[in-house]
Ligand binder design. Structure first.
Ligand code: PFF
Length: 444
């Protein structure tokens, strides 16, 4: 155990944690959620939730990891004992569930890079809805791309913390922000973009319902990577002298900035070409190719855009895989390389039905949901919220004094806001989360 690895630098840790947070959640999901939830009003509610309790939960996970220097199961076992390790096991399981559908969407982005680059998507007059529908329904190509993506993820994680995860995040995250800024500049200079900017920034509260809040809460969990021990695991490789609250704040700010910029890129571009921002999950794969086809130099911008998505997905997928590996290595002394390969193969196997649920297996449903939708629903609406709820309750009610002590580096950092943090973990977060779950339950 004494040979456990650490991050090489504070910058490396921040890039890795931001890499985890910034993913398909920011660039694929956030813009379409905003587009179909009334624009600016959703943005405002989302920001309120991130500040209101997302940030506190992120800090809670990080401090649990850093204090124990363990994986999610080990951390809850060391501090809570009893039934608490179940929270860690739930996190490990959630990783498999999320990866099974995450690699499918990530595979689509790889395919779209290739299709954009070959010009297959830029001929005039194409029906992008049909192209996307036919592609995701095919039995082989999307499965192969999901496999390629899983293999890439596996390869980076096999490399370890500083030589694998950190090294790649330090390159890919700055690249991601550069690409994002180029694309935002391109979108905002399109004629007619201003209407989209207004839709995005001027809140229209007439569209807000309970569902809007519910969507915003589940979006915040998914986007900040909280509720399954990913941030706990990343925190466990951090030195005890780092200023954790300031690192946490930086990660949350970067994540929020990336989501905000993704919206500022996609929504104005969609408006500039008179398309509809409320296309749902197809927004990035159906509406945007139409935008690229209609714009000068659309193909290179399209390649850049799907590369951005792929990078974002890769740095997140790594972080979804790492907690289960940390668990197997720490708790069972199993070899890292072998376990990473085994876990990746299992995730890929689970991804196959998720991919096929858009085609051959679309008729196989549980409670009206295909396998893909079921995995997405279980992760976002059940597993992450329950994980987050338990973490908030554990730190808020059973470990708050110690948590504050460790968060302040044994009293060396002044933290006048610490009582507010405890209050959020005791009351605000649990009640907010229970509300989502109730909403999910009543909706179905
Ligand atoms: N935060 C990632 C995204 O926004 O795409 C997804 C994610 C990563 C969720 C890690 C959960 C997690 F533990």
């Amino acid at each position: 155990m004494s040979t456990r690895e650490n991050w090489g630098s504070r910058f490396g840790f921040i890039m890795a944690a931001a890499g985890s947070a910034i993913g398909l959640g920011n660039i694929w999901r956030f813009p379409y959620m905003t587009g179909s939830n009334g624009g600016g009003a959703f943005l405002l509610i989302y920001l309120g939730i991130v500040i209101g309790f997302g940030l506190s939960l992120l800090m809670a996970e990080m401090v649990l990891g850093r204090t124990t220097q363990k994986n999610p199961v080990g951390a809850f076992r060391a501090l809570g004992g009893g039934a608490w390790p179940a929270v860690g096991y739930l996190g490990v399981l959630t990783g498999f569930v999320i990866l099974s559908f995450y690699i499918v969407v990530a595979g689509w982005t790889l395919a779209y890079i290739a299709h954009m680059a070959t010009g297959a998507l830029s001929a005039p007059g194409l029906d992008y809805g049909k192209i996307f529908g036919d592609f995701v329904a095919s039995p082989v190509e999307p499965v192969v791309y999901a496999g390629v993506f899983m293999a890439l993820t596996c390869w980076i994680v096999v490399g370890g913390i500083s030589k694998g995860i950190e090294r790649w995040n330090k390159v890919l995250m700055p690249a991601l922000f550069v690409i994002l800024l180029i694309l935002v500049a391109r979108a905002l200079t399109l004629p007619g973009a201003a209407k989209g900017v207004a839709f995005y920034l001027v809140p229209d509260f007439s569209k807000v319902t309970a569902q809007t809040f519910y969507d915003a809460i589940s979006q915040a969990f998914f986007s900040l990577s909280i509720g399954m021990g990913t941030m706990l695991t990343y925190g466990s490789y951090l030195s005890k002298d780092e200023n954790l609250p300031s690192a946490t704040l930086t990660v949350a700010l970067l994540d929020t900035a990336a989501a905000f910029l993704a919206g500022l890129m996609i929504i104005p571009a969609v408006f500039a070409f008179g398309l509809n921002p409320s296309a749902g999950p197809g927004l990035t794969f159906i509406t945007l190719p139409a935008v690229f086809a209609a714009m000068p130099l659309g193909a290179p911008f399209g390649v850049l855009f799907f590369a951005l998505l792929a990078i974002a997905a890769l740095t997140s997928a790594i972080s979804i895989l790492e907690p289960m590996i940390a668990y197997l290595v720490d708790e069972h002394s199993l070899p890292r390389r072998g376990m990473t390969i085994v876990a990746s193969v299992v995730c890929f196997a689970l991804g196959i039905p998720a991919s096929l649920s858009f085609g051959a297996w679309s008729g196989f449903t549980v409670g009206g949901k295909t396998w893909f939708d079921l995995m997405d629903f279980m992760a976002n609406n059940l597993m992450l919220p329950v994980g987050g709820l338990c973490t908030a309750l554990f730190i808020g009610w059973f470990w708050s004094r110690e948590a504050r002590h460790h968060l302040s580096n044994e009293g060396r950092l002044a933290q006048p806001w610490a009582p507010l943090w405890t209050f959020v973990l005791r009351f605000v977060a649990p009640l907010g989360i229970l509300w989502i779950m109730l909403a999910a339950f009543l909706k179905d």
